[in-house]
Design a protein around this ligand. Structure first.
Ligand SMILES: N[C@@H](CCC(=O)N[C@@H](CS)C(=O)NCC(=O)O)C(=O)O
Length: 259
């Protein structure tokens, strides 16, 4: 008797209990990475790998002009990769971001990783991130162009950019004299630079002149996520000749679009 009553009261209790919530662990939707295997592209593949964010890579073959496809231009109006679409953007709605520096900052804010929120630490990172975006990247890019791709040898242009790149390595070497990474701790600023510094040989730089940069490069390149990021999509570039006039016609001599 007592047992039966107990059973009934247990049943009644169970009836009062609110229905158990269904488990709501949903897998995050992958970020779409519009990408080609270049130092600017590596910045984002490295960050996605470092943060272990799920992503799908959508190749943008810049040697074939895929950066001019209307759907890509809606995401990246500057006809440059990398760009991302995050289906889980602010407010749960999709967001697209172009410009590698802005993407790194976005992913840093989204994950809280490699981009500190404390203002002083954040300013340290931003200074070196923008140093890369406005200095090392463009100067090394121009050097690469005049050294490797220009149809005529323009000594003045080569020297101008070679000197500037050399100067920038010097700035970096001094900065790294008493710290492991550009902003102290490993951050998006290091991710922005590694693909560019990795081209030191092609840039005509003697790394023995810049021992702190050399040590930094070895340390950053030893990270498994960096290795994965810098391998992404390399196979797609195989066999592309940047000196092919058809490729050069796509990439060089671009002028304003009207739409
Ligand atoms: N400031 C841009 C530069 C990106 C950039 O120059 N991307 C190159 C490849 S490294 C590109 O997409 N080039 C296509 C073109 O020149 O049409 C960023 O950092 O995202």
């Amino acid at each position: 008797m007592a047992r039966a009553m107990k059973k009934r009261s247990m049943k009644a209790k169970a009836a009062k209990k609110p229905a158990a919530k269904k488990a709501t662990t949903r897998t995050p939707k992958p970020i779409e990475l519009y990408y080609w295997a270049t130092p600017n592209g590596f910045k984002i593949s490295i960050m996605l790998e470092e943060c272990k964010l799920p992503y799908t890579m959508i190749p943008v073959n810049i040697s074939k002009g895929e950066q001019f496809k209307p759907d890509f231009l809606k995401i990246s109006p500057n006809n440059r990769m990398p760009a991302i679409v995050d289906p889980d953007g602010p407010g749960g709605r999709p967001i697209s971001v172009f410009e590698s520096g802005a993407i790194l900052q976005y992913l840093g804010r989204k994950t809280g990783k490699f981009y500190p929120s404390e203002e002083r630490a954040r300013v340290e990172v931003e200074q070196w991130l923008f140093w890369q975006m406005g200095g090392l990247g463009p100067m090394a890019g121009q050097l690469n162009h005049f050294k490797g791709y220009a149809v005529e040898t323009l000594t003045y242009a080569i020297n101008r950019y070679a000197n500037e790149v050399h100067r920038l390595y010097g700035v970096m070497n001094i900065r790294l004299k008493d710290r492991d990474f550009l902003a102290g701790k490993y951050s998006i600023a290091d991710m922005a630079c590694v693909g560019w510094v990795n081209l030191w040989e092609r840039q005509g730089i003697d790394l023995d002149e810049f021992p702190n940069v050399k040590r930094w490069l070895d340390t950053v390149k030893a990270r498994p996520a960096v290795q994965r990021g810098m391998k992404l999509g390399l196979e797609l570039r195989q066999g592309i000749d940047m000196k092919d006039p058809k490729v050069q016609a796509v990439l060089f001599g671009q002028r304003a679009r009207t739409a």
